[in-house]
Design a protein around this ligand. Structure first.
Ligand code: DGL
Length: 290
């Protein structure tokens, strides 16, 4: 079973409805496509820019200071280029750190995504909840605060995966990782002892739903998987309103922007086209460390 509940609460300023809004969906890579697909279903008439900061991927391995600076720099470029009505930071690793500096720097509204700990706690029957996320997200104070606030009565097992986001990228680009490698990342989510066993796994990285059919097939027992993407899409439509009949964007204009582009291959272009992003471009922004 898959539950689609809203991730932890974020501050969401009101947005003036616009007949054809431009929605910029941002992630470190391809994971935000899981969120983009849900938003596209809700607002098929909007203009879309999907931005993958692949030059900075994986965000889960960056320090908080580097990540905050990086996200602001990438946004500076993209907001200047595309003038979006609203930006969706479709990345837990980034949202748990960069929303305050982004909101301080830019006037455009930002919607973030943070680990769906509250819905996981509301869903579990055994009280054994696992949160599968990047090493960055599981280390965040933000994540620990969510657990204290919403899941104090649960046994929350934080699982930081170093490789799963990369496996999700490879899956979409047509090079799936072997089952045993996926299982090595997934296995720690499944806890069983005399008190009970895990019955809910919150997918705390937007990349992971790209692997959901494989995760379901490899799971040692059935669990409820929580993917916050549909709830984020509902939040976006709450803010910018439902489609206005007669105002439509040209779907051939939806564009994917990469900050590096090294992984852009023919299978990836095809996958992007199939997801509604026929145009692909590169805004070269190397990640300079130190
Ligand atoms: N998709 C991102 C998230 O939701 C992270 C992947 C990465 O490590 O860059 O956390």
């Amino acid at each position: 079973m898959r539950v689609d509940l809203l991730a932890g609460a974020t501050y969401l300023p009101a947005v003036m409805p616009s007949p054809v809004p431009t929605i910029l969906v941002f992630d470190s890579g391809l994971g935000g496509l899981t969120v983009f697909s849900e938003i596209l279903k809700a607002r098929p008439d909007a203009r879309y820019v999907y931005a993958a900061d692949d030059a900075g991927f994986p965000y889960g391995h960056l320090s908080e200071a580097v990540l905050a600076e990086r996200a602001v720099a990438v946004m500076e470029r993209l907001i200047g280029l595309y003038d979006p009505t609203l930006v969706v930071v479709a990345c837990n690793t980034a949202s748990t750190i960069v929303l305050p500096p982004l909101r301080a720097r830019f006037s455009v509204p930002f919607v973030g995504t943070v680990p769906a700990i509250k819905p996981a706690a509301q869903t579990t029957r055994t009280g054994y909840v696992s949160v599968l996320a990047t090493p960055g997200t599981v280390a965040r104070d933000y994540t620990r605060d969510l657990i204290e606030t919403y899941a104090a009565g649960c046994r929350v097992n934080l699982v930081g995966s170093r490789r799963l986001a990369g496996f999700a990228e490879a899956e979409l680009a047509g090079s799936p990782a072997p089952d045993e490698e996926l299982l090595a990342e997934l296995g720690p989510c499944f806890v069983e002892d005399e008190g009970g066993r895990t019955d809910v796994v919150a997918l705390g990285c937007t990349h992971y739903p790209l692997l959901l059919p494989r995760l379901e097939a490899l799971a040692p027992w059935p669990v409820t998987w929580i993917d916050p993407a549909p709830a984020i899409a509902r939040r976006v439509t709450q803010l910018i309103g439902a489609p206005v009949p007669g105002h439509e964007a040209d779907e051939d204009e939806a564009i994917a922007v990469f900050t590096g582009g090294a992984g852009i291959s023919t299978p990836l272009r095809e996958a992007l086209r199939a997801k509604g992003l026929p145009l692909v471009t590169v805004e070269d922004m190397p990640l300079l460390l130190g």
